[in-house]
Design a protein around this ligand. Sequence first.
Ligand code: SAH
Ligand code: SF4
Ligand code: F3S
Length: 452
Amino acid sequence: MKKLFIQTYGCQMNVYDSARIADSLAPLGFAAADNPLEADLVVLNTCHIREKAAEKVYSELGRLRRIKAAKAETGSRMLIAVAGCVAQAEGEEMIRRQDAVDIVVGPQALHRIPEMVAKIERGQSRALETSFAPDEKFDSLPNMRAEGPAAFLTVQEGCDKFCTFCVVPYTRGAEYSRPVSQIEAEARLLVERGVREITLLGQNVNAYRGKGPDGTLWSLAHLLAALDKIDGLKRLRYTTSHPRDMQDDLIAAHRDVEKLMPYLHLPVQSGSDDVLAAMNRQHTRDHYQRLIDRIRAARPDIAMSSDFIVGFPGETERDFEATLQLVRQVGYAQAFSFQYSPRPGTPASVMRKQISPELKSARLQELQALLMQQQAAFATSCEGLTMPVLFEKRGRWPGQAVGRSPYLQPVHVEQAGHLIGTLADVRISRAMPNSLAGVLTSAHSWPTVSAH
Ligand code: SAH
Ligand code: SF4
Ligand code: F3S
């Protein structure tokens, strides 16, 4: 038996891809290793979104190179493969400059990994594959395994939006939607393997336009309604959405699709129209706020989440204030915020008026303090409510299990170890900074109609 170690960076789409890489290497005899030391093949599935993310890859490569050399001295061989978005962006240079790297494979070519590994095992020196062929990728991915009751399912890849700060359109290619029948088959397979919650993934998942069984192009709302009918599936989610693609039918789905959970990650990036325009987000602050009003009218208890970038080139004190003000107006249950990181090849990286690291850091701290306060307030508002929790894994203490609330918060419950893989009603007893604690109950009182 050969051993495989995969290290995953970046977004959920990389998590999905890593699972598919493991599935595709299983027929070659690769089983999971606990750490790189015992692995015959190490895959780094990388992220290029911010400079720090990309840097991590190079420091990890340095460490792996030493492990590889030490192993070679004892006569054993370790292959190193770099997959994902850094591979796509810097693949050729990586092959040239990092002699320890055997395989470089972009995110749209990862179905080629088994063949690349086989070639190297037969004596080829190195292999590089960074072509874009998403249909080929999904057609040739093997039967998947499922780990636990919650799974990701990629339905859409790539991006045509070209926000001026972002590398994704270059690393993942143009927007592509998988056909409905393929997605339904994958969802049914996951449910057969014990999955109860599926999160549909895409860099722009709500731009989904996939070929339906009737030959027409289906929207994400249409797809959700079809998946809602799968017996045994209990919950649906989707991420990440772009405000520009939030169509009426998708808003209505938050009212009508029974299994769709009341949580929406809808990144706004900034509250200033000037910054939004410079970012090429193609929506205004007002458009975003009106969307949220309509989504909340459709589903009053929905928990909102967003991404924010502070310190975009030219961001003034007033622009930043506008972001804080938007956050106060919306009220987020959860959010991710980042300092702007100039990425090679993107238009924003060469804009004038870059913001100093000190100012970016100060603004980020201020924004994060506000967002943390909102997250805590949302968690506190859950105290005393009873809600279904999908138990995913064991907790730290004997008998304890950890699951997710409908609003995606981790919930710790004692004496629930036997419930892993299932849904049960939980009364929330205590809110902590990043999770909730609760007790099992037989009382049903969810969904609540009151807005949070
Ligand atoms: N498709 C998603 C975003 C994917 S990237 C969307 O449109 O919202 C995830 C997040 O990383 C982005 O929402 C953004 O907040 C952040 N991000 C992307 N590029 C960045 C950069 N150059 N610097 C800092 N943060 C960035
Ligand atoms: Fe990047 Fe913008 Fe596309 Fe999101 S919509 S992936 S932020 S270019
Ligand atoms: Fe990173 Fe690529 Fe995802 S750049 S965020 S791994 S799409």
